[in-house]
Design a protein around this ligand. Structure first.
Ligand code: AMP
Length: 445
């Protein structure tokens, strides 16, 4: 009898791992016989990539202050995915963390959304899964587990994972609360899944019902640990992590935007000899940038923006928004309003991005709608205006954004739209900038 089957029939280890502690006993579902799983064929990851593509097609000029993905010895199948996503240079968090994690070390990273942290941990997860291929695989046993606090974040991670793993043969699935219970159960039961991206509640539910087993997890990622704490997920998360191999037998990557005491303590208990990475705030001279903050309702933003964009004195303008879908929709709406707006975000193919940036540099009067990470790569002089369609979640991003204008000694204007929901974020920004922010009404249009 194969060892895997014996394990499933006599899952002593799992039983011990999920025994509820007293206060969590109400979660325990009725005892069920463990599922019996037929061995599956070797994982498709073992197969060579069948696509005609060579990394030489992915040309990125070396630059002294930047890291190229080419310099990191990443599997060609992953490089192909990176190429399709249009990434050229590693973002700062990627440049700092990948050499550490690709060498097999655990990491504790301080980074916000928008920095490219998702690709940073995903590339490492995939590289590891492609280099160590187990001989036998079973349904219900992921090799990598990524836990995120919200459905939206988990879905975004899974989408990025699917993009990056497109040519690897690795399979990705989401285990999310509030939706498709039966479908997720069936998929876990019947398919060999390499990477599970999950929110804690549903995952724990499946774990206790023995729908999923985590003892084959080689790679563990805990994303937004501080939000897990805020949302009360730590007890669930502890039990999930106890069901994975011991910390010296798995590789753990933990990311958090902030490090309150509890997160520091948990990070230390969940990681093995971790290296720490923190992205230093970029200090930019903002003296040459006039900063305006308009108090405005969400529904009025488009109209005010379009009117300013059509006014005199407008040269090259960059509009930042916090999410990819916001940038996409906004660019489309501006075009419908008769403005020629181009989109620059991670979801735009590389060739298109290069062409977009070239056009942006060529024209004296032009509009670019960008996400934070895509926008960081823009080093173009003569940007007269930067707009923040949303107040960035992270004050650091604000400084990055407005630093796209006022370059090379020229003057620039940064206009930030702040609606009623965003207004509280101004306090953080004030603290970060160390000065009082004066808000005003937008000009009459
Ligand atoms: P994240 O911080 O992981 O949410 O990523 C923010 C955005 O940056 C996503 O749209 C990614 O697709 C994009 N992105 C990640 N890495 C890079 C990179 N090296 N170059 C350009 N865009 C990137």
């Amino acid at each position: 009898m194969p060892i895997g089957l014996i394990k499933r029939l006599f899952p002593a280890k799992e039983k011990a791992q999920v025994t509820p502690v007293a206060e969590e006993a109400s979660r325990q579902p009725p005892a069920q016989p463990p599922q019996k799983k037929p061995p599956k064929k070797p994982t498709p990851a073992a197969k060579p990539a069948a696509v005609q593509w060579h990394v030489s097609q992915f040309t990125v000029a070396p630059q002294a202050d930047k890291t190229r993905f080419h310099d990191l010895n990443i599997d060609e199948r992953i490089m192909h995915g990176i190429y399709d996503l249009g990434f050229e240079y590693a973002s700062p968090i990627q440049a700092e963390s990948l050499p550490i994690t690709l060498a097999g070390h655990d990491i504790i990273g301080k980074a916000q959304t928008g920095t490219g942290k998702t690709a940073a941990f995903l590339i490492t997860v995939m590289q590891k899964l492609l280099t160590t291929t187990p001989s036998e695989r079973y349904a219900s046993e992921p090799r990598a587990l990524i836990v995120a606090p919200t459905r939206e974040l988990a879905m975004q991670i899974a989408q990025d994972a699917k993009g990056l793993s497109k040519y690897t043969g690795l399979s990705v699935m989401t285990v999310l609360g509030g939706m498709d219970y039966e479908k997720q159960r069936q998929q876990l039961n019947n398919e060999v899944i390499d990477i599970v991206v999950a929110t804690p509640g549903r995952l724990l539910d499946f774990l206790m019902q023995k729908v999923v087993f985590l003892d084959q997890v080689e790679m563990l990622v805990i994303d937004e640990a501080d939000r897990m704490l805020d949302m009360g997920f730590i007890p669930d998360l502890k039990r999930i992590i106890r069901a994975t191999p011991e910390k010296n037998l798995r590789q753990t990557q933990l990311f958090s935007a902030t490090y309150p005491f509890d997160v520091i303590a948990l990070s230390e208990s969940w990681t093995h000899k971790p290296r720490q990475v923190e992205i230093e705030p970029e200090s930019v001279a903002t003296d040459t940038v006039e900063q305006k903050f308009y108090i405005i309702q969400e529904t009025e933003k488009d109209q005010v923006l379009a009117a300013i964009l059509k006014s005199d004195g407008m040269g090259r303008a960059i509009i930042f928004a916090n999410r990819r879908d916001t940038t996409r929709d906004l660019a489309a709406r501006l075009n419908r309003m008769g403005l020629d707006a181009m989109l620059l975000s991670g979801e735009v193919a590389q060739q298109k991005r290069t062409a977009t940036l070239e056009r942006f540099k060529r024209l004296d009067k032009t509009i670019l709608v960008a996400t934070d990470v895509a926008g960081r790569g823009i080093h173009v002089d003569g940007v007269s205006h930067v707009f923040n369609y949303n107040l960035p979640d992270d004050p650091e991003d604000y400084v990055h954004r407005i630093g796209r204008t006022g370059r090379a000694g020229a003057d620039g204007t940064a206009i930030t739209f702040v609606d009623e929901y965003e207004a509280y974020g101004l306090l953080d920004l004030e603290k970060y900038l160390g000065k009082k922010i004066r808000t005003e009404q937008p000009p009459q249009i």
